[in-house]
Design a binder for this molecule. Structure first.
Ligand code: 13P
Length: 332
């Protein structure tokens, strides 16, 4: 492990006023989103859409890194430039989702664990050669009656630690992504409890595995009530609760913290992040790593009018710019 390489990659990823764009939807997730909008679910359509995202003019002012899925990492523009080379020419870091999705957690109804450790060392070596400088591994947690269970949190945390160790051994910055799923009727308080306890469990395992904290990034869900809860919570309250939880449970020494958007509205994702940056100085760099909250307007526009790539790109860059402003507390 070369600590210097890891620290420098982290610094480039969390450099203000930028954040990360996640375009790492698996084949099935990408196809589901395409189907909803009537876009054919072919490899060529996925390539065409990702080309639009990768080549958007001036997006490098707001975005420090893109997270790819394996298929996308190997794709090229219509005129033959690899997506990796396009990003590198703009000074954008190339990231790769390396988990292989989730599976039922045997004996624990309603809970999932993440797959993908088998052969991971070899895959990371290949990704590094291709140009990836950071990686991502996501685990999901359901909030409900006695959920998430201690067993589920522990199993996912152990796997996060194994993944992060392998990444760092290959000079790849690990993004550790525990996502408390937005589905359900749970309250802000329940969301806080689940997130806080889970972060404790995750960091216990990361410490036990001797992870180099300055060379990793935490990607977390915000502390928000479930989407079916019939409560209205202000952006300020979400910001305060999230920052309180992170200050209590995340080491100051971590390279940075980024958020997923997780199905909240595009506007809330911006306003919540903006509000966090108005709470005063924070102990760690804090920015976004959104998928849907940045892509939504561009994808909808392109699905309706695939010929107008320029319009879709304009919408993408606008969303990236709004989030960039939020990442320094200057979104109006
Ligand atoms: P969303 O912002 O759409 O939740 O995606 C981020 C991500 O990387 C999910 O794993």
């Amino acid at each position: 492990m070369n600590q210097d390489i890891l620290i420098k990659t982290v610094a480039r990823l969390v450099m203000q006023p930028k954040g990360i764009l996640a375009i790492d939807e698996s084949l099935s997730t990408c196809n589901k989103r395409f189907e909803k909008l009537g876009v054919p679910t072919t490899e060529e359509k996925r390539r065409e859409y990702r080309e639009l995202l990768v080549t958007a003019p001036n997006i490098e002012k707001y975005i420090s890194g893109y997270i790819f899925f394996d298929e996308t990492l190997r794709q090229s523009t219509k005129d033959g430039r690899s997506f990796i080379s396009v990003l590198e020419s703009k000074g954008i870091e190339v990231g790769i989702k390396v988990d292989e999705g989730t599976t039922e957690f045997a004996g624990h109804q309603g809970e999932k664990i993440t797959k993908g450790l088998e052969g991971l060392g070899e895959r990371l070596k290949e990704y590094r050669k291709l140009g990836a400088t950071f990686a991502k591994w996501r685990a999901v947690y359901t909030v409900g009656n006695n959920l998430p269970s201690e067993d589920c949190m522990k199993k996912n945390a152990e796997d996060f630690a194994k993944y992060a160790k392998l990444c760092q051994e290959n000079d790849i910055v690990p993004i550790v992504e525990p996502e408390v799923l937005i589905d359900g009727e749970y309250t802000l308080e329940q969301s806080y409890k689940a997130t806080a306890r889970n972060l404790e469990v995750v960091f216990n395992e990361l410490k036990r595995a001797n992870i180099f904290f300055l060379g990793m990034i935490l990607k977390t869900s915000m502390v928000i009530p479930g989407k079916d809860a019939k409560v209205s919570v202000s952006n300020i309250e979400i910001a305060q609760t999230t920052v309180k939880c992170l200050k209590e449970k995340v080491l100051k020494e971590i390279g940075g913290i980024v958020f997923l958007s997780g199905g909240q509205s595009d506007e809330d994702a911006i306003k919540n992040l903006n509000a966090m940056h108005q709470l005063g100085p924070l102990p760690w760099p804090l920015t976004f790593s959104y998928g849907r909250a940045i892509q939504n307007p561009a994808l909808e526009s392109w699905a309706k009018n695939p010929a107008d790539v320029a319009l879709a790109q304009k919408l993408l860059v606008q969303a990236a710019q709004s989030n960039s402003l939020a990442s320094i507390g200057q979104y109006k």
